[in-house]
Design a protein around this ligand. Structure first.
Ligand code: AMO
Length: 438
């Protein structure tokens, strides 16, 4: 007996003609035309056409064809046949058709219908939405992004770490903390690995990175804020200045975007995305100049104010005109930056930066205040109670090297790289003020 080959739409080629094959997937479309039935079978990689001429097909197979509901999962055993009309140049004439899981009727939403489905409907039935190859392509690209980051950081001597997501105090301001009961105590969901990655700088693990969930109770309903996202954090000791940190991010984002262009051709094509490698070195804009630039474009920002969504967008437009997709904004007023950022002595500024990509912040970071007394003073200035941070501060009292680092929102990077209209498109099951299921 000849071996029956289990095939995917990708591996099936005209060279398989006349051999017996098995294909499995979803019944994307079924047409029963009397004398002949067609089934478009979809798997992860594409479509296989199953063609059943009545005269040459077993009656029980024709019967199943006639009653098969769209999106049912089927297994087809049959003979491959070269065909000019079929996609991939090959079709399958079925000898056996098994329904592995029948789909109920009607479907909660269509997979191939060209009608515009509301985003809410799509996210309510995300499993169905993700049957669309272009919806899935985003996650194949996101997975490649994460693999490329891992590679770059490991090549640069970084150790991958995992810090607690259940924490006793937040590092990024009280307003966006999710509070929960932790036995008989109050705990919070971690907004970032900030305190822990810094504490590790006092251990000898002098280059660390983490890719993990971060939680923010963001009340704003925007296309770039969600309440759970994947944060890519790095921290490095013995830096001379924040430039060392910026160089690392620049190298990493170049490797990531270049790698996606190289490895994800098929997915980019599905999405119609035209990704180019941002010009490097990324230009540096001082915060003061950024304010001036957006004011020249018609905004009325005062010095010290946050650029905000509108300001970032306008700055993105100015930079795009100069052919720049990624650029730094630095020298932020220390007042606008968290307690852990180092002040620039004798000025109102700080050793901090943001990295913007096509008009949106994707990363921020800087040099940290590693001097215990200065750090405590900065906490007090920000209205924080140092006692609540004893576990963190202790690491600064017994030998803490100078250090700096960054946090980068993975979904914001993917969103801007692929020009997705909403960050939620880059999250399988997004969480926001309204959405907690699925
Ligand atoms: P920051 O608060 O700027 O810095 O966050 C870092 C990056 O995380 C992403 N991000 C978000 N993405 C989606 N939804 C949100 N609600 C959201 N909030 C933030 C952004 C942002 O640039 N500890 C510092 C980093 C550091 O200094 O190391 C921090 O968390 O892309």
């Amino acid at each position: 007996m000849s071996e029956v080959k289990n095939r995917t739409s990708m591996s099936l080629t005209p060279a398989d003609a006349d051999s017996e094959v098995v294909v499995q997937g979803w019944a994307q479309d079924v047409r029963n035309l009397g004398g002949i039935s067609f089934l478009q079978l979809r798997d992860r990689y594409g479509i296989v056409q199953v063609t059943a001429p009545k005269k040459r097909t077993a009656p029980e197979v024709m019967e199943i064809m006639a009653s098969l509901s769209r999106e049912s999962v089927v297994r087809v055993t049959g003979t491959a046949k070269a065909s000019e009309q079929a996609k991939g140049g090959v079709e399958v004439l079925p000898t056996r058709l098994e329904v592995l899981s029948a789909a109920a009727v009607p479907l909660p939403m269509g997979v191939i219908d060209k009608v515009n489905v509301e985003p809410d409907t799509r996210f309510d039935h995300r499993f169905m939405d993700l049957r669309k190859p272009e919806a899935r392509a985003v996650f194949e690209i996101k997975s490649t992004v994460l693999a490329l980051i891992d590679q770059y950081l490991v090549d640069n001597g970084f150790v991958e770490i995992f810090t607690p997501k259940l924490v006793a105090s937040g590092a990024e301001g009280g307003a966006t903390l999710f509070e929960l009961r932790y036995f008989d105590k109050t705990a919070y969901l971690a907004q970032s690995p900030q305190l822990y990655k810094q504490m590790l700088m006092s251990t000898g693990l002098d280059r660390v990175f983490e890719i993990g969930p971060a939680f923010r109770a963001e009340p704003s309903d925007t296309v770039r804020h969600v309440s759970e996202f994947i944060s890519f954090d790095g921290e490095m000791a013995y830096i001379d200045s924040q430039r060392d940190v910026q160089r690392m991010i620049e190298g990493c984002t170049q490797a990531v975007i270049g790698g996606v262009i190289e490895r994800c051709q098929k997915q980019l094509e599905l999405l119609g995305a035209n990704v180019s490698l941002p010009k490097a070195p990324y230009p540096i804009i001082a915060y003061q100049d950024a304010v001036e630039m957006v004011n020249d474009e018609g905004m009325k920002l005062a010095l010290g104010e946050d650029l905000g969504t509108e300001g970032e967008k306008l700055l993105g437009e100015v930079m795009a005109r100069q052919g720049n997709e990624m650029y730094w904004i630095e020298e932020y007023p220390e007042e606008a930056k968290p307690f852990y950022i180092m002040e620039k002595d004798g000025t109102p500024y700080s050793y901090s930066f943001d990295l913007d990509y096509k008009g949106q912040e994707i990363s921020s970071g800087g040099q940290r205040e590693h001097r215990y007394d200065r750090l405590v003073a900065r906490m007090e200035k920000k209205g924080l109670d140092p006692a609540a941070f004893n576990f963190y501060l202790e690491a600064f009292r017994f030998g803490m090297p100078p250090h700096g680092g960054w946090g980068l929102g993975i979904e914001r990077l993917v969103q801007k790289m692929l020009d997705l209209p909403n960050i939620r498109e880059a999250i399988l099951f997004p969480r926001d003020r309204i959405r907690l299921v699925p």
